[in-house]
Ligand binder design. Structure first.
Ligand code: ACO
Length: 341
């Protein structure tokens, strides 16, 4: 049975920092950042906001959207959840508790199981497939909330201009449920096909080195900078262009469709140049890709659900549209979904 995205939500911190704002603090410029990445600004969470705070806001929005349609309260919609998955590389706490458990408690989703997924910027794509599988395996489970939420700016080395200009904070949520639509014909909808991939041999290219069991905090050690993302930008760039082209080709081939059947591609928003390079290689016009990186920068696992909510609420997704998501990131990981909206 197919699973469909029945509602969406998002949360973005109020504080907006432009490239010009950054250029006052570090050796960079609006011209360099825009020409190398397509980024114009990023939103940065206040010091008292953690991953679960943004995730909770996005979750509430998605539940309100569903509750309004169903004529019940958001609290009742929260009680209808069987599962909460949070994709994040920047959880409130390392190890335990999961950010998903914090959301479960704060929503009062008493019937829901909860866990986190770590798959870098591909986390939401992994999350959708994992949730769909867990719903499919049990007749009793009907609804899952899949959230991507990140506070990347707290794991950013602000002395490294090669990475600190890239990241922003945000969250996006999707309510996934067993569809009542027919399995075939023009009214068919839901998650059609997913590809997931990983290349752990590239783990070093995108890594938070300190803070885990490999390099834990040691009493008496002097450490000037907090745990932060180290990135080999060129290696990640090359992996990303290959991943985007490979996944688009594979999804089209496996589903026996062409790019003309796709209404919109929603890629992970890491760098507009990655998307442009992949589009050029495959001869796909730029307008086929949805990009909002100029406003939000790279919000990792939040970027795809955040974009989906923006498209959904602005009426740019119509029922029956065939859309494709494409992700790549730390791990290294990559993946994509084909979804009939
Ligand atoms: N401002 C000004 N100059 C800069 C900046 C900056 N912010 N950053 C780097 N430069 C300089 C460098 O010092 C270098 O100068 P030099 O030639 O004098 O030595 C020059 O610009 C070129 O630097 P490169 O690193 O070669 O720049 P490149 O064109 O490769 O772009 C970038 C760098 C944007 C990081 C690119 O490699 C990229 O996008 N990589 C992929 C990143 C990505 O997709 N990450 C996704 C995953 S993130 C996650 O999972 C959390």
């Amino acid at each position: 049975m197919a699973m469909e995205i029945a509602a969406t939500g998002r949360a973005v911190p109020e504080q907006r920092v432009t490239n010009d704002d950054l250029a006052k603090r570090i050796d960079t410029s609006d011209e360099w950042i825009r020409s190398h990445t397509g980024i114009g600004s990023r939103h940065i969470a206040g010091e008292h906001t953690a991953c679960s705070d943004l995730a909770l806001e996005a979750a509430k929005q998605a539940l309100s959207m569903a509750a309004e349609r169903e004529g019940r309260t958001p609290e009742a919609a929260a009680l209808s959840l069987d599962l909460i998955l949070v994709a994040t590389a920047t959880p409130d706490h390392y190890g335990t508790p999961s950010t998903a458990c914090l959301i479960q408690g704060r929503l009062g989703a008493a019937e829901a199981a909860a866990m986190d997924i770590t798959a870098g910027c591909t986390g939401f794509i992994y999350g959708l497939e994992a949730a769909a599988g867990l719903l499919a395996i049990s007749g009793a489970r009907k609804r899952a909330l899949v959230i991507g939420s990140e506070i990347l700016t707290r794991f950013t080395n602000w002395d490294d201009r090669g990475t600190c200009v890239l990241f922003g904070d945000g969250a996006g949520a999707a309510l996934l449920e067993k569809t009542t639509a027919p399995a075939e014909g023009p009214e068919k909808r839901g998650l059609l096909r997913t590809i997931l991939g990983a290349d752990g041999s590239g783990a070093e290219h995108l890594i938070i080195r300190r803070g885990g069991s490999r390099l834990p905090y040691k009493p008496g050690e002097t450490v000037d900078i907090p745990p932060h993302i180290d990135m080999n930008g060129q290696a990640v760039y090359n992996f990303a262009v290959k991943a985007v082209t490979g996944i688009i080709e594979k999804l089209l081939r496996e589903e026996k469709i062409t790019i003309d059947d796709i209404s919109l591609i929603v890629p992970h928003q890491a760098n507009a140049r990655i998307v442009q390079a992949a589009g050029k290689r495959l001869g796909i016009p730029e307008k086929k890709f949805f990009l909002n990186i100029e406003e939000y920068a790279n919000t990792s696992s939040a970027s795809i659900p955040l974009a989906l909510d923006e498209l959904n609420r602005s009426g740019k997704l119509r029922r029956g549209d065939l859309i494709m998501t494409i992700g790549f990131g730390g791990g290294l990981t990559c993946g994509g979904n084909l979804i009939i909206w």
